[in-house]
Design a protein around this ligand. Structure first.
Ligand SMILES: NC(=O)c1ccc[n+]([C@@H]2O[C@H](COP(=O)([O-])OP(=O)(O)OC[C@H]3O[C@@H](n4cnc5c(N)ncnc54)[C@H](O)[C@@H]3O)[C@@H](O)[C@H]2O)c1
Length: 281
């Protein structure tokens, strides 16, 4: 995409962290921004913060795991602005434990938000994006899309690998068809956000993760993000550049993503399994 002024961006999970930073970045380009988020108080705060900076922004409370809710987000966007040019399927959550310690509802929650949320966004908005001469989708995965084996994070890893498969395959279909819609995969490592507190949005029937190993993973991840994490605004700058340059992979931590891929390749080529590591060690 080459021009952004007066165009419309929709950002899911836009009330916090990376999503909020993307909303702020798009506003700075002169775009209209629709922030979609499940957390209504955080959504109001985010909208007010951006309005105070002079941004043209609208908030729509949305549950990305619910296709009807995403449909209402698209309707509200079209009613307000009559077009959509950029879609960031960014909302994500995380919970986990040892494999047999993870209840089925926890699996469903993570897959419903992380994977089906992205799928719902792509399915609902692609026909609207295709009405534009140029448009772009950014799907937020994680380095976990390339690097498996982090203790207590199996659902998150599986959901992010599913986003990778969806996004790579959709890219091929769109490019083969000569679509006006470009697509990118954002796969960050540690970023300073509220992700370690993702369970704040867990539905009432999803039990809180409580295994000691799980709590230790969360503690390590929080520390890692705090000490070595990127600022969300730095990630948003990379997203903006990638949309402009039509780059598929947005890798804020290329060394972590590439290490994950190399580890798998080595395993496949030699049969030697990788060394087990804990998150943040
Ligand atoms: N922070 C990191 O270190 C990191 C690393 C890799 C990938 N990511 C990914 O980045 C994305 C953004 O997360 P973040 O780190 O900014 O965390 P965050 O918790 O600060 O933001 C996530 C946002 O998603 C919203 N959300 C949760 N469930 C939702 C639902 N069902 N419908 C709509 N919105 C919902 C939350 O309310 C929140 O505003 C996620 O997909 C996450 O997996 C984060």
């Amino acid at each position: 995409m080459k021009s952004f002024k007066d165009k419309v961006a929709v950002v899911t999970g836009g009330a916090s962290g990376i999503g909020f930073a993307m909303a702020e970045r798009f506003s700075a380009e002169g775009m209209y921004v629709v922030i979609a988020d499940i957390e209504s108080s955080a959504l109001d705060t985010a909208v007010n913060r951006l309005r105070a900076l002079g941004s043209r922004v609208m908030g729509v409370q949305t549950d990305v795991s619910d296709a009807d809710s995403v449909g209402r987000l698209a309707d509200a966007t079209m009613e307000a602005f009559g077009r959509v040019d950029v879609l960031c399927n960014n909302a994500g959550v995380e919970t986990g434990g040892t494999f047999l310690g993870i209840p089925p509802r926890a699996w469903e929650w993570v897959m419903d938000v992380n994977f089906f949320g992205v799928l719902n966004g792509c399915r609902t908005f692609l026909p609207l994006l295709e009405q534009r001469d140029e448009a772009h989708i950014v799907n937020t995965a994680s380095v976990a899309a390339f690097a498996s084996g982090t203790a207590t994070m199996i659902p998150y890893c599986a959901s992010k690998m599913a986003i990778l498969g969806l996004t790579e395959s959709l890219e091929v279909e769109l490019r083969t068809a000569g679509s006006s819609v470009g697509i990118s995969l954002l796969a960050p490592g540690p970023v300073k956000t509220n992700m370690p507190k993702a369970e704040r949005n867990r539905p009432a029937d999803v039990p809180a993760a409580s295994e000691p190993g799980r709590l230790a993973t969360l503690e390590r991840l929080s520390r890692l993000a705090e000490e070595k994490g990127l600022e969300p605004s730095a990630v948003a700058d990379m997203v903006m550049s990638a949309i402009r340059a039509e780059e598929f992979f947005i890798l804020p931590h290329p060394e972590l993503a590439l290490a994950g891929v190399r580890k798998r390749l080595h395993w496949m080529e030699t049969g030697e399994p990788p060394v087990i590591r804990q998150a943040g060690t």
